[in-house]
Write a protein that binds this ligand. Structure first.
Ligand SMILES: Nc1ncnc2c1ncn2[C@@H]1O[C@H](COP(=O)(O)OP(=O)(O)OP(=O)(O)O)[C@@H](O)[C@H]1O
Ligand SMILES: [Mg+2]
Length: 247
């Protein structure tokens, strides 16, 4: 489903991604871990073309792009590629002037692929799926952070992406609200949603991930099944990282 080859990204003279290779099969959940500044968000943002890679190849759900640092990918092709992924951020980024329901309907209405009635039907089904059928008419300021993040997940799903990308979806939440968001993500995983998740929630990584990817300094240092990567780290870097996040 996802094939990343030798992906590089520089900001000016700072090279942040130094040749990333990553494969994620359909239905798999890849959990991305690594110290602050190692390039996790930049990698997700490249997959969604929020950043343009400096070099390398990206393939998502059969759509392929190559980057050489100079050739611009045409807008239309970018939009096509971007529609393969749905992204959920740490800070929800809901539209404050729209109700919960309107937030979830907004994507399909904007891209013109659904009628208002169809968009509403889909949004209601997705809000039910994330456990928010009772909150459809409230505004973002009237719901909790955990509920807001579940709305953000429903909003991303409304565009029917092939892959969901999560960038520290629970990091901004009060501890008692983390569980409800992880539960929704776990249920998506059970339903076969292909996901890449940046998180420090090692319990989630252990239970839900098909693959754990440890990044350091713009490289993938270790990757494999959670039992291997988390249970028997090969590098001192990973051992030391785990000892910090698990306590
Ligand atoms: N738009 C940008 N312009 C310049 N430098 C950037 C930009 N975005 C990210 N960087 C730099 O790239 C490096 C990697 O940042 P990134 O946000 O990908 O790290 P991260 O692994 O997600 O860290 P964290 O765990 O703190 O979220 C950092 O040194 C950061 O300052
Ligand atoms: Mg980040």
């Amino acid at each position: 489903m996802i094939d990343v080859r030798n992906l590089r990204k520089s900001f000016g003279t700072l090279e942040v991604l130094k040749g990333i290779d990553l494969e994620v099969a359909a239905g798999d959940v890849a959990v991305l871990i690594g110290p602050s500044g190692c390039g996790k968000s930049t990698l997700l943002r490249c997959l969604n073309l929020l950043e343009t890679p400096s070099a390398g190849r990206l393939e998502i759900a059969g759509r392929k792009l190559e980057f050489d640092g100079t050739t611009r990918v045409p807008e239309r092709q970018q939009a096509e590629f971007r529609s393969a992924t749905g992204m959920v951020f740490q800070n929800f980024n809901l539209f404050p002037h729209m109700t919960v329901l309107e937030n979830v309907m907004s994507g399909p209405l904007l891209n013109g692929l659904k009628s208002k009635a169809e968009a509403k039907k889909l949004a209601l089904a997705l809000l039910d799926r994330v456990g928010l059928s009772q909150k459809t008419d409230l505004y973002p300021r009237q719901i909790s952070g955990g509920q807001a993040q579940r709305v953000a997940i429903a909003r991303a799903l409304a565009l029917e992406p092939k892959v969901m990308l999560f960038d520290e979806p629970t990091s901004a939440l009060d501890p008692e609200l983390v569980g409800e968001v992880l539960e929704v993500m776990q249920s998506l995983a059970r339903d076969g949603t292909t996901m890449i998740v940046v998180t420090h929630e090692m319990g989630f990584a252990r239970e839900v991930a098909s693959k754990v990817v440890f990044m350091e300094g713009g490289h993938v240092l270790e990757s494999g099944p959670p039992a291997e990567v988390l249970g028997a780290p090969r590098t001192e870097r990973l051992r030391s990282f785990l000892s910090k996040v698990e306590h």
